[in-house]
Write a protein that binds this ligand. Structure first.
Ligand code: UDP
Ligand code: MG
Length: 316
């Protein structure tokens, strides 16, 4: 049987504590898979997203010991979205799987994902959280509301609880890479490209070691990113709101005139209209800002080092 390569992509930001655990686990699972399917080969592609700990040193060491371990190291922190993109762009596999370094995306699900996709029945297998155990209540509430809102106002359906843990065919990866946008919201991109996706339902898993870099504010901004990147409904919203306001203003003026309390009404209206004006401008400026970033078309990430560059540098 012809050889098939699976690329495992792992974005890493300050993951020195968890990397040894991850390596052990991924090696265990991948050798299990090659035992069962001897035609399978692996490459493990780590993206060092400007870590400030020993992540890069550890990755260098791994790649020196085992040539299947590769890495792309950014010149600074560009965020997980850029990390995933760099992984996809630099992967060579017939299949590509993206997973977190902290073992919250258990590598042991990979064999099952491979079966789904290699059977030809699906193009992608991903995981979906069915519980939000261990997550703050308020955060769960906001997450749920986010999915409700975005699925109401965007044509792209985003599955609630779907994670970034995905096993895909090369065709799907190429489709994702054909989307060149600067403001990347992977959850939307994955579903926009279509393809048949199998969701494996999982429980929430705790991080194996180290700590998360996400907080409420970052998640909130990320959800706005999703809305502005995949829907233009907020633009229409501002038009509807301003029309309503116009009607309201007329009603208020009539009431004020009848009761001869004009000055109160005027002050109220000035505040209201002024506030809403600013709100609508705010919404518009979001899209202008996004357009600005797209037009500038800056690189999504900058590579500072890879295992190949490092080897060459050392040989000299
Ligand atoms: N990550 C990254 N760049 C960042 C932040 C995170 O590459 O700026 C990686 C991180 O190393 C991990 C994955 O993205 O492999 C998920 O991050 P984390 O576990 O902090 O997020 P959570 O699981 O809490 O959503
Ligand atoms: Mg995590």
């Amino acid at each position: 049987m012809e050889k098939e390569l699976i690329s495992v992509i792992v974005p890493c930001y300050n993951e020195q504590e968890v990397l040894p655990l991850f390596r052990e686990e991924i090696l265990r699972v991948s050798s299990e898979m090659t035992e069962k399917h001897p035609h399978l080969e692996f490459e493990f592609l780590f993206i060092n997203d400007g870590s400030r700990d020993k992540t890069l040193e550890i990755l260098r060491e791994y790649s020196e010991q085992d040539s299947r371990f590769r890495y792309v190291s950014f010149s600074r922190n560009f965020g997980k979205e850029a990390g995933m993109l760099a992984g996809l762009e630099n992967s060579k596999g017939d299949y590509v799987v993206i997973m977190d370094a902290d073992l919250q995306h258990p590598p042991k699900l990979m064999p099952q994902m491979y079966e789904y996709v290699s059977s030809g029945e699906y193009d992608c297998a991903g995981t979906r959280r069915v519980t939000r155990k261990g997550e703050p209540k308020l955060l769960s509430f906001f997450s749920r509301s986010f999915y409700k809102v975005i699925n109401k106002i965007s044509q792209t359906y985003i599955v609630d609880g779907a994670q970034d843990y995905r096993f895909m065919t090369r065709q799907m990866v190429d489709a994702i890479l054909a989307m060149p946008e600067y403001n990347r919201f992977s959850k939307g991109i994955f579903s926009w490209v279509g393809f048949r996706t199998k969701y494996i339902e999982v429980e929430n898993t705790e991080r194996a070691a180290g700590k998360t870099t996400w907080n409420f504010w970052k998640l909130f901004m990320y959800s706005l990113e999703g809305i502005f990147a995949f829907s233009t409904a907020p633009l229409a919203l501002s038009v509807v709101v301003s029309m309503l306001l116009f009607v309201l203003a007329i009603v208020f003026i009539i009431i004020a005139v009848v009761n001869s309390a004009e000055y109160l009404a005027i002050i109220a209206m000035v505040c209201l209209v002024g506030g809403l004006n600013l709100f609508c401008m705010g919404v518009q400026s979001q899209y202008i800002a996004k357009t600005y970033m797209e037009v500038k078309d800056r690189p999504r990430y900058i590579i500072g080092e890879t295992e190949e560059l490092y080897k060459k540098r050392k040989e000299r």
